[in-house]
Design a protein around this ligand. Sequence first.
Ligand SMILES: Nc1nc2c(c(=O)[nH]1)N[C@H]1C(S)=C(S)[C@@H](COP(=O)(O)O)O[C@H]1N2
Ligand SMILES: [Mo]
Length: 410
Amino acid sequence: MVRDVAAGLIARARRGLAWLNAPLPPPPAALRRGPWRRGAFDSKLRSPRLTSLLGAALGVAFTICFVTGLISHFIQHPPFWFSWPARPVNLYRVTQGTHVATGLASVPLLGAKLWSVYPRLFGWPPARSVVHAIERASIAVLVAAALFQLVSGILNIAHWYGPMPFFFTAGHYWSAWLAIGALLTHIGVKLPIIRPALTRPTPDRTGPGTLSRRGLLGTIGAAAGVITLATVGQTVAPLAPVAVLAPRRPRSGPQHVPVNKTAGAAGVRDALFDPAYRLTVIGPSRTESLTLTDLAALPQHTVVLPISCVEGWSSTGTWTGVRLRDLVALAGVDPDDVEAYVESLETRGRYRATTVPPPHVRDPFTLIALRLGGEPLHPDHGYPARLIAPNRPGVLQTKWVARITARSAS
Ligand SMILES: Nc1nc2c(c(=O)[nH]1)N[C@H]1C(S)=C(S)[C@@H](COP(=O)(O)O)O[C@H]1N2
Ligand SMILES: [Mo]
């Protein structure tokens, strides 16, 4: 009984929605010119198999890129359920290097994939039905979001914020959800084409003397490989000479570590050398003010840790200074159970302060560093004191530290 009623309702809904699939009237044939004319695109390289193979590679690259991007986002904006460990010290270096490498390797893959399908833009009629029109619009969202991710990522690596009239991190994060959602929808919709195209090899229809499908895939694969090598060259010094696309070299910069923001650009040059400089450590019931001499008199420790920038480059340094846990203990708190709010002499700017979560406060490798490579820090590396912690994005390794506030994490 209930079932009959439900079946009746469904049938009626179906009839009611039939217009969605009804054929639309064709546009005037006189408009069918240029790329819209029959036979405008005749490359025999294009096939569902080529598009599906490129799509599969792109799907893998985008998924890895999305997951590693999420990790980086959550480290910087942790939701309550997320905690990032302090070890292994190079984990973030690997996840973020992978994020940037897979993103850049997607450039030739996406270019080739779009080439393989763009004649459909000029399909005739442009929309066969309302459903068909919606499907085309969803592909437009996917293409726009994917292009936006790649372009904004590349502009960020190049520090070229001019063309981005929005805050990069927020735009890149939210449109990543759009891209991955549109990608899943697209795969769902196209599965009936993708599955046979991937499982049943179709013969290559290209003739002798022209580029074959294998040749094309090989070329795209090589392009993706070269770009990946070039990206990894931002971190692995022996590969630096081939890092043609990498703006940052691992051993460049003062004290052999690259610099993103100099002391001059941060407007702290005068404050750095002020004899009145004190490192203030604030606990719930006690505040300590330390001069550079006081800091140098505390137990010194040396660690070998990388700066791993969100932009994909990283560079290892040998840092010497005071353990953060020793400093918060001076302010009378238990270093095993606090977070530390670390502030710079820099008065403005998004990266003037960070919160160091409990695993990193606790870790004996986390230092307020005074030296790099045995020398006092170069002004551009954060003189007189900077934070360096294991397994943490470079953007959270605050330079020119002036104040530390220890507070209960629970
Ligand atoms: N106060 C302050 N600290 C900062 C920054 C900044 O802009 N201001 N930039 C961060 C970024 S993005 C990176 S990658 C590292 C780079 O450190 P380095 O310049 O010593 O290599 O510093 C971080 N510390
Ligand atoms: Mo950075």
